[in-house]
Design a protein around this ligand. Sequence first.
Ligand SMILES: [Zn+2]
Length: 354
Amino acid sequence: MGPRFRGDGGCGTWLGKQHFTGLGSMDGDNGRAEGTAADKPGDYVLPFQLEASGARGRLIRLGPAVDEILTRHAYPEPVLLLLGEAVALTALLGASLKFDGRLILQTQSGGPVSFMVVQYSTPGHLRGYAAFNGDEVAKASNGGAAAKVLLGGGQLAMTIDPGAGMERYQGIVALTGETLADAAHEYFDRSEQIPTFIRIAVARHYTGPDGSAPGKWTWRAGGLMVQKLTAEGGRFGGGEGLASGITGDDDDDGWRRALALAATVEDHELLDPALPSERLLYRLFHEETVRAFTASPLAARCGCSRERVEAMLERFSEDDIADMAKDNVIAVTCEFCNRNYKFDADRYLKRDSE
Ligand SMILES: [Zn+2]
């Protein structure tokens, strides 16, 4: 078993963990983009505006992308559910980026799932993994396992990385609520003081047999985020402040109405691939004059590469390389996507004597 690398994870310094740098960013724009239109059961984010209530929001629907991210890992079901929530939340927040860059969501906590990281890289690329103690997860999962139990006390960090040497912004909030969405909600409440609604749903979805293809279970996720429009905008909410064309009330009545309507959304509505997003938005918000914008595709894409792993290995000492090598082979597995890379150890052992 060779070393496992974690990209740079965008982990900043607060984790106090060792991370390799330079592997994390994603390149190119050739991710799969099935179902880019909001009326197809694919992977996408659909921004919208509630004209009468002075609010805006985003709806995400994840099918093949979240299924690919989760099924790459042989994690226990409760961990997959939790990671699925983190993927959906990251997609909701990451879709607010107005520039090329990354949004990284991480948890570090004392429970059975000690660490989770999900990255969103423009345009819409998602990847993630979790670190956990299998025995503790099994014990905690008896009789259901809420995020609160699996994560335990700790922190949720949301980092915006504009790349190109520009300064990162990191928001950190304690994991005190029942779900990850609760923690994000707490962040918007306290740090940004922007009234925000977030709901996330994750589940396995059964697709019946179609012709000769047998029926199968796949992961799906969905999320709804609604925010009151404020003059300042917000770092993770959209950032542009009051959008044009909004005629919302100056007082809080409009926001209260939007919140009450958003709260009626059901998990199955967020997850159902047969329910078009525009229809769901209309069902929820038609009283507030809902306007949907253009949907953007989301995709599972890691972005690790042989070149990046090589660059990482170049930074190890010969002793470290010798420790890693087995039968002169260094095998490296990407934590995010489980891809394996193999290298000839000689190449790294002899470099100093050349
Ligand atoms: Zn990878």
